[in-house]
Design a protein around this ligand. Structure first.
Ligand code: ZN
Ligand code: ZN
Length: 252
């Protein structure tokens, strides 16, 4: 099985190199260096316009009227200090995430990491911050042969000049599908699902994921890291699922 996964990974990496050499925009195929042309880049990141009200803690979109509290933080109370996101999980940015996750188009990972790196300045990470990624479930790993969050995390760490620590976390058991569960049920379900066996005493950590839905997964990870002594845990996610489309995308 490990051999097959390795083979699949190398084939996907070969595809990534081919995409890279084509110098085409990943969305519109116009010739451009860097994976995304400027108009497509603006379209992907349009949801992060300063005019859109967001929760300063979890980067979730808030109601226009400004009266309702953040629906996720008020129910989950995440253990994270702060979350940054590159865009809302919506068209056309979702196409890049799907290309990476569903088709193994590895050339999307550095492009997504680039969009995310532009948001990480808000975190003001110390230079000795470690970057890690949400570990994939066993079934997903067998199916895909790689961890999309890990690919983005590695590229993000390189961009930010921070240390990449992929093996900090393990997922101890498979959780059932979360798509039909409410926020509180998701939180209770993923608590204790993640373990950190490394000594991270006094460390600042940045946890990377591809899609954040309610924040229950990242909060459970922050709790696991804090239990091992981490002094601060932030999260950087490529896409934040807007509340109106909660069950669409991802586990947590
Ligand atoms: Zn384009
Ligand atoms: Zn929030």
């Amino acid at each position: 099985m490990a051999y097959l996964n390795r083979l699949r990974e190398w084939r996907a990496r070969g595809t990534a190199w081919r995409d890279h050499l084509m110098l085409g925009c990943l969305l519109c195929r116009s010739r451009t260096p860097g994976g995304l042309c400027q108009p497509c880049r603006e379209k992907v990141c349009a949801s992060m316009a300063p005019s859109v009200r967001r929760c300063p803690r979890c980067a979730g979109r808030l109601s226009e009227c400004g009266l309702a509290p953040c629906p996720d933080c008020s129910q989950i109370d995440p253990a994270l200090l702060r979350v940054v996101a590159a865009f809302d999980y919506d068209w056309p940015g979702e196409l890049l995430i799907q290309a990476l996750k569903l088709r193994g188009q590895f050339s999307c990972a550095p492009v997504l990491a680039g969009l995310l790196a532009a948001r990480c300045g808000a975190l003001q990470c110390e230079p000795d911050t470690w970057v890690t990624a949400v570990p994939a479930g066993r079934q997903a790993l067998i199916r895909r042969g790689f961890n999309p969050a890990g690919e983005i995390g590695r590229a993000l760490a390189a961009r930010l000049g921070l240390a990449w620590r992929p093996g900090l976390l393990t997922r101890v058991e498979e959780g059932p599908e979360q798509k039909s569960l409410g926020r509180r049920e998701r939180r209770d379900q993923v608590r204790g699902l993640y373990r950190c066996r490394a000594d991270v005493t006094g460390r600042h950590l940045l946890v990377v994921d591809d899609v954040m839905t309610t924040g229950s997964t990242l909060s459970a990870i922050a709790e696991a890291l804090q239990a091992q002594g981490a002094s601060a845990v932030w999260a950087a996610v490529v896409a934040r699922t807007p509340a109106r489309s909660q069950p669409r995308a991802h586990g947590g």
